[in-house]
Design a protein around this ligand. Sequence first.
Ligand SMILES: NC(=[NH2+])NCCC[C@H](N)C(=O)O
Length: 224
Amino acid sequence: AEKIRFASSATYPPFESLDHNNQIVGFDIDLAKALCQQMKAECTFTNNAFDSLIPSLKFRRYDAVISGMDITAERSQQVDFTQPYYANSAIVIAHKGAFTDFSQLKGKRVGVENGTTHQKYLLEKHPEVIAVAYDSYQNAILDLKNGRLNGVFGDSAVVNQWLKANDDLSAVGEHITDSDYFGTGLGIAVRKGNAPLLNQMNKALAALKANGQWQQINQKWFPE
Ligand SMILES: NC(=[NH2+])NCCC[C@H](N)C(=O)O
């Protein structure tokens, strides 16, 4: 069977994280496994820092990246993306009652993961906010809890899970959907010009949406 090497940054439950046995699990992993089954391919997964995923993909250390990654125009100059497999937006969270609106974050410390659209958005669109870079969102959340940060900025689907698990935290202001950064959806990245793999994946994605498997995986990781 064809072998497809996937890479992911397992710091982002429910999209991807490490379980108690150090196995990489999550929505993206189940989706990739279902895609591989559909494509009759053999898949492997490796865990890498988020900001190294695109450079290492270009370097051929693996064949595809599935990592809760937003499809953006800028990234599309470096890699090719599948059709979106998940719709998304972004939002800041903070301690309950600390802020009611994004504008109040001026001069405040907001945690982001290195290499993410969230980091880029704050640096480019809101230089008045202090963007503090982390190697993982998990460490940013810890620092928010112990008071070293005023907020954390992440994807709404992920942030919602943090809120469910921490009732001392809440969302600040509205969801952000600036389409230069977020809002086009999450996609799987392959090397530029790898049309055979891209087409295969797009076909398999469409098949999983049509046969209900995508919905099942969605229900498993994002129960209502
Ligand atoms: N697996 C992760 N840690 N993913 C972070 C993704 C953050 C954001 N959606 C981006 O594309 O930049």
